[in-house]
Design a protein. Structure first.
Length: 697
């Protein structure tokens, strides 16, 4: 496990842990090479030796490394060190779109369109490089503190030419396209479907399909029509609803064919939100919702037993005992219909058949005159009044009853019951009836359904703000306002001891009377934790830093000196000896070896004569002989040079460092007379090498 102060690749200094998932931990780190903060995803130890897991883990970097776009979280580096496999990526400060939706409930039309456009631009950049994301969902969309929207986690993306998708990388089933659900061909239109589901959730605050298992949700994607968004948001502009519906068509051919086409309509929706301009592809006979074949159903059931990965790398296994039982029941009955439901349907069919037979018999008997009804006009009014009186029930008072008590009381009178809206009440406890659709004493017909309102408990009142008060004063204030108080303690360097650091719920917010308000009280400055100093003498400087950081010790200063015993770059000594008890966070000074000290030796060249022209390639009879002389050490370092010299020549040189021999390069030029008596200039080309030995001073 990495800790603060450790280094990866001698470059990334770990600042702290910012998240964890089923497969990997995520750390914030400082890139000392480029001077920026990065996020590092490190595969957990239990998976690091599994080749399949490592391969899947590295897929993210391999897929997204070539993507550079303002709306995509960029991948910077990938590597391995000491058995750890990691990916270095852009560090984005912010929250996921999922968290943002949960906090706001639902987003406004303009905000949803703005986010969708930015997400679409990121997806378009990937599609242009033939990469399909395959896991677009709010958890994989980050909204930075500056308001920039970025798509992250290309962990299951593949090149678009790869035509199939494995079940274990199917993605989050609530946002998976129908073709993903049935393990079919997947291309960029699958990302468009998933983005449509995300837009649906942004504007309504809910996903269109939900269920107790991934199988149930997958089947809804395949076979059921979604409730239109305007059913939950009546004021939603028609353009936005049509865009969402077109994105989420079950047939890919009826969706937007490219993300660019979708972006055009989204931008137009911002300008003309109430204009019905979205062109829907007509439904063909072959594209109607169809019942899945048994083999397709079995495929989806098999998918449910496998692991689906979310944006935090956490896995959700749907293969629990309850679903196994449901699957077995489904298989025995030959379909997805619950056995109890099938039985109920059968009984209803029989009852319907009996009713039809009775109606036919009644008509037949009436026609044959078997039954004759007396027309007694005189008694008609009296009979009607009697029937009206007999058919009506005097309503009773239900307030203060539980729902079950009210149901029994009404059923005994021949009346039905249904739940209405809940209402706050200072008089009746939560769950008791506080209102009814028909008041006590009213005459209501038999079989009437009475709507009852149940209490949600006492109404909400404002919570006093007690942050900064003494513990006792804060407790008294909250109790006086009608709240219960729970007290927690924690250390603080900023808030004085016994003062309130924070409270939940916050001050000025609303809560019910008798609700519990939790206050966090300062214990004052936390006393330093004691640790035992370790011995790092002989370790390399980086290993020593990592080892000390692991126990909370920082290296504040580094000295250097020569050593004949300790290798270069290793610790000679430490300012605090190993085994000493010190406070966590204590600083230490390390002395690092420069290696063995080299004593310089100096040499000289004294009165070396160069006078034999024939050894320099000069022909006999040559005139105007000139030489350029350069002296080198045997390490090819230039010592000195002389130009335009005449023979004989004497060379002297001093202060030649750490080298006992060397050589001259002598370049010559001269004049000769040809057969016609004309003078001609010649040289010895690259020169002549003459080896020499130096004299030590």
């Amino acid at each position: 496990m990495l800790k603060e102060g450790m280094y990866l690749a001698d470059r990334y200094e770990i600042v702290g842990k910012i998240g964890t998932g089923g497969m990997a931990d995520v750390y914030k780190a400082k890139d000392h090479t480029l001077g920026r903060f990065v996020a590092i995803k490190v595969l957990k130890q239990e998976f690091s030796e599994d080749v399949n897991f490592v391969t899947k883990f590295r897929t993210e970097a391999q897929s997204a490394a070539g993507l550079e776009h303002p709306n995509i979280v960029n991948i910077y580096d990938v590597g391995s060190e000491n058995g750890m496999h990691y990916i270095v990526m852009e560090c984005v400060e912010g929250i996921t779109l999922k968290t943002y939706i949960e906090k706001k409930g639902r987003l406004s039309f303009k905000e949803a369109v703005s986010i969708a456009i930015q997400v679409g631009r990121g997806i378009e950049a990937a599609h242009n490089k033939h990469i399909v994301h395959r896991d677009i969902k709010p958890q994989n969309i980050i909204i930075s503190t500056e308001g920039k929207v970025k798509v992250t986690d290309f962990g299951i993306a593949r090149v678009a030419t790869n035509n199939t998708i494995n079940a274990d990388v199917m993605g989050s089933v609530h946002y998976a396209s129908p073709e993903q659900a049935r393990n079919g061909f997947v291309d960029g239109r699958s990302d468009i479907y998933s983005l449509g589901i995300v837009m649906y959730e942004m504007v309504t605050g809910r996903v269109p399909f939900d269920g107790e298992s991934t199988v149930a949700v997958a089947i809804q994607h395949l076979q059921e029509e979604m409730v239109v968004p305007s059913a939950y948001v009546p004021d939603l502009p028609i353009s936005m609803e049509k865009i969402i519906l077109k994105c989420t068509q079950k047939s890919p051919d009826r969706r937007y064919q490219t993300i660019g086409d979708l972006l055009i309509d989204l931008k137009k929706a911002l300008i003309s939100p109430d204009e019905d301009f979205v062109v829907m592809v007509p439904v063909g006979q072959q594209e109607k919702t169809r019942v899945m074949k048994p083999e397709e159903v079995e495929t989806i059931k098999e998918q449910a037993g496998k692991v689906y990965y979310n944006n935090d790398d956490e896995d959700v296994n749907t293969d629990d005992e309850d679903e196994d039982d449901e699957d077995e029941d489904d298989e025995e009955e030959g379909g997805f219909l619950n056995p109890k439901m099938e039985k109920a349907v059968t009984i209803m069919g029989i009852v319907a058949a009996v009713i039809i037979v009775l109606i036919v018999a009644y008509i037949a008997i009436s026609l044959t005159g078997v039954f004759k009804f007396k027309d007694k006009t005189i008694d008609k009014d009296n009979t009607t009044k009697k029937e009206e009186t007999t058919d009506k029930i005097e309503m009773i008072d239900l307030t203060g009853m539980t729902y079950d008590e009210a149901k029994k009381a009404l059923n005994d009178l021949g009346l039905g019951i249904e739940k209405g809206d809940t209402m706050s009440s200072d008089k009746y406890e939560e769950g008791l009836v506080v209102g009814q659709s028909e008041k006590k004493g009213d005459m209501v017909k038999k079989n009437t359904t009475i709507t009852v309102n149940l209490s949600s408990g006492a109404g909400e009142i404002e919570v006093p703000s007690v942050v900064g008060l003494d513990k006792d004063a804060a407790t008294d204030t909250l109790k006086a306002a009608g709240f219960k108080v729970s007290t927690e303690f924690e250390y603080s360097d900023e808030v004085a001891e016994e003062k309130v650091i924070s409270q939940t719920p916050d001050g000025k917010s609303k809560a019910k009377k008798d609700d519990t308000v939790t206050i966090v009280v300062s214990r004052g400055t936390e006393p330093p934790k004691k640790v035992t100093m370790i011995n790092v003498v002989g370790k390399s400087e980086q290993d020593a830093r990592n080892a000390l950081a692991s126990i909370g010790i920082t290296v504040s200063n580094v000295n250097s000196e020569y050593s004949n015993d300790v290798p270069e770059g290793c610790v000679i000594r430490q300012s605090i000896d190993g085994g000493t008890s010190v406070d966590e966070g204590t600083s230490i000074t390390l002395t690092i070896s420069l290696g063995k000290q080299v004593v310089d030796k100096y040499y000289s060249l004294v009165n070396y004569k160069i006078d034999d022209a024939s050894k320099l390639g000069v022909p006999s009879g040559a005139t105007d002989v000139k030489i350029d002389v350069t002296l080198y050490t045997s390490n090819n370092e230039k010592v000195k040079d002389w130009t335009g010299q005449s023979l004989p020549f004497t060379a002297n040189a001093s202060d030649i460092k750490n080298c006992s021999d060397g050589y001259f390069i002598v370049k010559c030029s001269w004049t000769v007379t040809d057969e016609s008596g004309n003078p001609k200039q010649e040289t010895n080309g690259e020169g002549t090498r003459i080896n020499v030995t130096f004299t030590q001073n």
